[in-house]
Ligand binder design. Sequence first.
Ligand code: SF4
Length: 455
Amino acid sequence: MVKGSKQTPALATSRDLAPDGARERKSAGAVEVPVAALRGRPAAPDVSVGELAAADVMGLYVHFPFCGVHCPYCDFAVDARADIPHDAYADAICAELTVRAPWFRQQREGGHLREPASPRLVSIYFGGGTPGLWRSEALARVIAAARTALCDPTAAGATLEITVEANPGEVDAEKLRALRAAGVNRLSLGVQSFDDRLLRALGRNHSAAAGPRAVAMARDAGFENISVDLMFALPEQSQDDWRQALDELVALGPQHVSAYALTIERGTPFGALARKGELVVPDQEQAAIMQELARDVLAQAGLVQYEVSSYAAPGRRAVHNSLYWTGAPYLGVGASAASFRPLADGGGWRFSNPRATATYFRASRLGGGSPTPAQVERRTSSDLENEAVWLALRTSDGLDRRAHARRFGFDPVEPRRPDVDACVARGWITVDSNAIRPTASGLLFADEIATRLWR
Ligand code: SF4
């Protein structure tokens, strides 16, 4: 991160969502591993080495890359096709889980777990792509494999958040009941808009009516924790359009909302249109007004902003995303999925699988279930300390100074004193003896704050 960058609002964008490899923040320390290396001996560093840092909890991310269509704005790791290899993909995921789960357990000494104990699995997140398309039996097989590989059998009954992303128009009542029966207890619906005109402009393959219908069906199927994704700053979207969308969203009564601005990514059809001047979207100032409107309207409905793009009813914050923001370990399996192994020396390994599905399958076979990572980063303690400040200041809870000092050995404020004072003077953060917290307007400038506080 470079100090002194232009001040722009840190809008919630599609890149802020749960990380598959495509969404992960790329650092200067990244080691790119050529795909050709997959054919010979693995060339990547051994990310399984090093003692795991003490941690209470961990998460599992399962990437399902397949989609019914490839939306023209999307640069995620997506494989749009009709002939989804449901079982072959589940087989690959289960094999990967078996090999990699031990990397996230504390070492055994004489058959006994060394203190501290291994982290407890608290979340399984199926992201994509569109994991709602996965045949339910195959998805259930992955959940069972994850429980076997990562759950402590003596902790049976412990709460485990299991989320599946799905699209309206691609789920029906039977499918939703099957997901619920498989143990899925949280559904994340990619509604995106309640306006047929805007959905068409986005290239989505569902109608405006499909969103509310999917929410109602999910509720009937027994889902009590439903998250709805909604996008703003869309082509030809007015402030009135956005206000109406928020009202329709509130009427649905979801427990959680992710509201984020459309980002125009290079290499996508939208990126090409924008370059030619054929795609006009609301400017940053208009988008910031939309984000503030979302904050206010959703707060009135009891959905409180707790992160730049995330809003929740009481007790319904996303367990999974909170793991990413607090530096907890997570295992990511499947094409493009990223993992993080924090180490006892204060640093950690971050690595991600090959992005293309065919490459992932091939690498998985060559690696006996564990594909050679396509990207590996050895993060130092200093890297992770900066990341901890950056991520915490994207959340309304902010950064707990004592917990930070326990983890890194020093208080986060003192080494940054002039920059902290400058952010306080701008009204972006507040500081007391317990925490640094972003203000409401500070959440709009989260990236700028992070840039200033990066050491
Ligand atoms: S459905 Fe979602 S993941 Fe698939 S192409 Fe569209 S935006 Fe991307």
